[in-house]
Structure formats: C-alpha cells, structure tokens
Ligand binder design. Sequence first.
Ligand SMILES: *Cc1c(COP(=O)(O)O)cnc(C)c1O
Length: 216
Amino acid sequence: MRAACTSAGRAPDSVRLLAVSKTFPAEAVAAAHAAGQSAFGENYVQEGVAKAQALAHLPLEWHYIGPIQSNKTRPIAEHFAWVHGIERLKIAERLSDQRPAHLPDLQVCIQVNISGESSKSGLESAALLTLARAVAALPRLKLRGLMTIPQPAQGLDAQRAPFRELRLLLEQLNAQGLDCDTLSMGMSADMEAAILEGSTLVRIGTAIFGQRDKHQ
Ligand SMILES: *Cc1c(COP(=O)(O)O)cnc(C)c1O
C-alpha cells in the first residue's frame, strides 16, 4: 500500500486497510490485531457476528461487505460499524430503523456495479444521485461514499478503468452537495490500480490471510 501511494503521489495514510477475514477463525483476527490491524471485513452475517462477539474484548471495527438480504438487516445494524454494499433504499431504511440508538451512526457506502462501458453511466448516475440523497437523509446512517467490485481484469490499465469511473461518480455526488469521503475499492489482485485511482479504503483478504477454500 505504501509503494502504491508513493507511485500515486499520495500520502501513505490516505488509504485505510480493511482486513477481510471471512472464512478465517477468530484466532486469525486476533493475530492480525496483535500485529496492529483494527478494521476487519466479513461477508457472512452469522460468521461475522460470531467473531465480533468472540473478540468483543478487543477494540475492533467490523465492516459488513457482503450481499444484504432484507431479513438479515437487524444483526448487521446491531453488530457492525460499517456496511459497504447498500444497493437499495429499502435495505438502507431497514438498517436505519434497526440501528440501536446507543451506537454511533452506521457508516455506509453505496455499491455501484461498474459495467466497464462508461457510455451509459448518465442514467445510472441520475439513479445513483437519487439513492444517495435518500440514504444521506436517513437517521442513524452516515453515507460515507461508494464501493465497487469490478470484474477481474488483467493489466493495470484495464484494472484502473472501473476504479476511475467510481471516483468520477463520487466527484459528481459531491458536486451535487453530498459530503462523501470514501472510495471503497481494491482487493488483493487490483489494490495498486485502485490506489492509483484514488481508493481511500482497500479490502484485502487473500494477501493477508492466505487462500480461502475455493467454494468460498
Ligand atoms: C472476499 C472479498 C474481498 C477480499 O478479496 P481478496 O481477493 O481475498 O483480497 C474484498 N471485498 C469483498 C466484497 C469480498 O467479498
């Protein structure tokens, strides 16, 4: 991350590391915490809640990065600090209703599926603006920015294209008066490209914890 920040001419502390611990046991999270890591990403609700409860004695910050079913919003609202994959207003409304009042606002990102063909993003960005305004207005949620998981691509230029699109979408939202500071983009295989395009949070699993079982 430091090397990528240097090539991008960015300050090394301008990108946060989210360690994606899905499928790895609580002991692996505790070991990463002992090495200085505090933010962890999970994308299965039950598994993430179980780890958060097992490690409640540590000052960890849990991010939910998986797909969100509407019948699973309550444990997400009660046990996570961040949610990266908001795609529908209905989900955001449920999280807002279910976020316990004694906890800080749930920090959320809207997930955008970047097609790769930037041509048709006019309509998409109009819909995104509408969704972003509605999410930003909900109590107990704080809209922080955008997240994407691009199709795997080979080569730096091909990897950079969707990340550039996401950055431009965030700039458009902020130009329309939203106040977003987070681009959640970049995984083990495309972290450098994401940092070159302005990522503020990379979600890294394999490069930290090793290969997962292939069916997961
Ligand atoms: C699993 C996962 C990651 C981490 O992927 P790696 O390739 O293992 O770094 C990042 N983001 C999301 C949404 C994931 O599901």
